[in-house]
Design a protein. Structure first.
Length: 255
């Protein structure tokens, strides 16, 4: 386990800002998506979540480069009607940028796919654990509470009128602390983590493999639960998701 190194959220946001400045199309995408989300519903907000802030936090804490992740975007405060109209608004906002918009793929777990110019991005509405569709009443904290690991429960507000278009980082489950400690810990209990999505078994192994050179380890309770339920949950996991994580683990160059 690495020695505990402190990582401040402001340092991570600055690292993200440098990343955005180095890729103008990312800045354009963030600003225009945020403008479309805020214009759809009063009080709605857009957040950058997932691997992008996680990997910049790892780089900041451990001074180790990480592969560039896809952009995962989260819209908070949108109901079904606003979500249904968001795809069309994004088509207009992103017209002429080279970014293609593929709106509303899926109804139970809706997502808007954005891609082009070497960029891949998913935009999804906030949902609570067990929730479906778009729900304007779901808060950012409720959405982050359904995430798998604390290091993935980080969110940075996207502000369309700021330069760079990034606001404060939200870290309700001490994900930055676990980044510094080299700890892969669940949001909530280990049992809840795998019950919510059995494919997290393979994702946990893949992340531990990728980050082994930095001293990252599975939290004790998470490792014990993974061993306990691996056999019984494996058959319920979509084959494609298993293959994707196993292939990434095998290709991983431990840092």
């Amino acid at each position: 386990m690495p020695s505990a190194c402190h990582v401040e959220s402001t340092r991570v946001v600055r690292a993200l800002a440098r990343e955005v400045a180095a890729s103008p199309i990312v800045g354009v995408l963030l600003r225009r998506c945020a403008a479309a989300v805020e214009g759809s519903t009063p009080g709605a907000r857009l957040y950058l979540v997932g691997g992008y802030p996680r990997d910049r936090a790892i780089e900041t804490a451990h001074r180790a480069g990480r592969p560039r992740s896809d952009l995962d975007l989260l819209a908070v405060g949108l109901g079904d009607d606003a979500w249904e109209s968001l795809g069309g608004a994004l088509v207009q906002e992103l017209d002429g940028t080279g970014v293609a918009v593929h709106p509303d793929i899926g109804r139970t777990f809706p997502v808007i796919k954005l891609g082009g110019l070497g960029l891949t991005s998913d935009l999804a509405p906030a949902r609570r654990r067990g929730g479906q569709g778009a729900d304007a009443g779901v808060t950012l904290a409720q959405d982050l509470a359904r995430r798998d690991f604390t290091i993935d429960a980080l969110a940075v507000e996207v502000r369309p009128d700021d330069d760079p278009p990034l606001g404060a980082m939200h870290d309700p489950f001490d994900g930055l602390g676990d980044v510094a400690r080299g700890r892969l810990a669940p949001v909530g209990t280990a049992a809840e983590c795998f019950a919510d999505d059995p494919a997290r078994l393979y994702r946990a192994v893949r992340l531990e493999t990728e980050l082994a050179g930095l001293g990252f380890e599975l939290d004790g309770a998470l490792a014990a639960e993974a061993r306990r339920c691996a056999g019984e949950r494996a058959p319920a996991i979509a084959r494609e998701r298993v293959i994707a994580d196993v292939e990434r683990a095998l290709r991983a160059d431990p840092q």
